[in-house]
Write a protein that binds this ligand. Structure first.
Ligand code: NAD
Ligand code: GLY
Length: 364
């Protein structure tokens, strides 16, 4: 194992603690699954894009541990993060008489991970599941921390559960087949960790962005590891988002409004988060929490990562409307994750007039 490209991060949640394995080629290594709960059946849940690339490899290595390994493929896309898709997983589990020890393996990006995790939380009131994320976004964020969900037409991720996986296995090799637009979307979630928690990491991303865009294995390994460490540290203190965990949503309040306002699937989640971070930085600046140099530096990095920095012109009222149904909102009052100062974040409200000003300044 290369010391720089194979590593482990622990997430400390008492009896729900688990490890995040990070390395190239892990999918095919049956040692990656050692120590997981024993079961008669494992169900790989994947999608029509990722399945043909990686499901067979995973099936083979899982066969060393599980007598029966089934695969269920979902249609690809955020638009399918729905009740109907969730139901299809229950259909497969029940049609195959899967018992409550069955282990689910989520092989894919955040959409597959979120739906599979929610299915695992619900099936027979909870079966074990393992996250096998194959996008950068899923490796640095969505597979870690136990948020699982499907969308409701009125709001993103509105129906779900906190339900921790048994393990997260990030095979860095899978990132080589990721479309460039998806790599950039994942970089948005990497970049977010800098301003909200660690400006030294922000500097590192700034210096290594070209290597990340070229998918240099060591740069990717460090970006995934450091992101997971930061996320594990935050989730370890506030698993169910009673407070601190909300800072992981830097860029997401504006971002979710973009996604919902345009219709889910129009912009990628990471693209919306990238632009949302620019808007949240602008709001932080207008509230006197950061200076213009910080906002400019963050905006330039987001643009270099191949992400949009100008939002869609939906009108301030549409943004405000969607942000009022954000999960952080309290009694209709929108709460934003703001940077104060760079390297740390606060969650607080802001006057509608100032938010409208930001929307007008940032959207065309
Ligand atoms: P995604 O799951 O839609 O994957 C992006 C695209 O890449 C899809 O077309 C997928 O089929 C394809 N793909 C995946 N892996 C591939 C690979 N290795 N090679 C080639 N193609 C590949 O999107 P995503 O960006 O991974 O995740 C976004 C979702 O994650 C959103 O639904 C968002 O709400 C959710 N999310 C959840 C959390 C959480 O904490 N649970 C955090 C952030 C985001
Ligand atoms: N992606 C935000 C969280 O996990 O809390």
């Amino acid at each position: 194992m290369h010391p720089d490209t194979h590593t482990q991060v622990a997430i400390d949640l008492g009896e729900r603690s688990y490890g995040i394995s990070i390395g190239a080629g892990l999918l095919s290594q049956d040692t990656a699954w050692q120590g997981l709960p024993a079961a008669a059946t494992a169900l790989i849940v994947t999608n029509d894009t990722v399945g043909p690339l990686y499901a067979q490899r995973l099936q083979q290595s899982l066969s060393a541990h599980y007598p029966k390994v089934l695969t269920h493929s979902l249609p690809d896309g955020e638009a399918y993060k729905t009740w109907e898709t969730l139901q299809s997983i229950f259909d497969v589990l029940l049609e195959n008489a899967c018992d409550r020890k069955t282990v689910l393996f989520a092989l894919g990006g955040g959409v597959v991970g979120d739906i599979t995790g929610f299915a695992a939380a619900c099936y027979m009131r909870g079966v074990p599941f393992v996250q096998v994320p194959t996008t950068l976004l899923a490796q640095v964020d969505s597979s870690v921390g136990g948020k699982t969900a499907i969308n409701h037409p009125i709001g993103k991720n509105m129906i779900g559960a906190f339900y921790q996986p048994q393990r997260v296995v990030c095979d860095l090799g899978t990132l080589q087949s990721l479309p460039a637009r998806e790599l950039s979307a994942g970089l948005a979630e990497v970049i977010k960790y800098g301003p909200m928690a660690d400006m030294a990491f922000f500097d590192w991303i700034d210096h290594n962005l070209d290597a990340l865009l070229q998918r240099d294995p060591q740069a990717l390994a460090y970006a995934v590891k450091r992101s997971c460490e930061i996320k594990a540290h935050v989730v370890g203190q506030d698993e169910r988002e009673s407070g601190l965990r909300a800072i992981l949503n830097f860029g997401h309040t504006f971002g979710h409004a973009i996604e919902a306002g345009l219709g889910f699937g129009e912009w990628l989640h990471g693209e919306a988060v990238g632009c949302g971070m620019v808007m949240a930085a602008q709001l932080s600046q207008r509230l006197g929490l950061v200076d213009a140099a910080f906002t400019q530096r963050l905006t330039a990095l987001i643009a270099r990562a191949g992400l949009p920095t100008v939002g869609p012109d939906l009108g301030a009222e549409v943004y405000l409307h969607h942000m009022r149904v954000d999960k952080k909102a309290q009694a209709g009052d929108i709460r934003f994750v703001l940077i104060d100062p760079p390297g740390s974040a606060v969650v607080r409200g802001a006057p509608d007039a100032l938010v409208s000003e930001v929307v007008q300044a940032c959207c065309r």
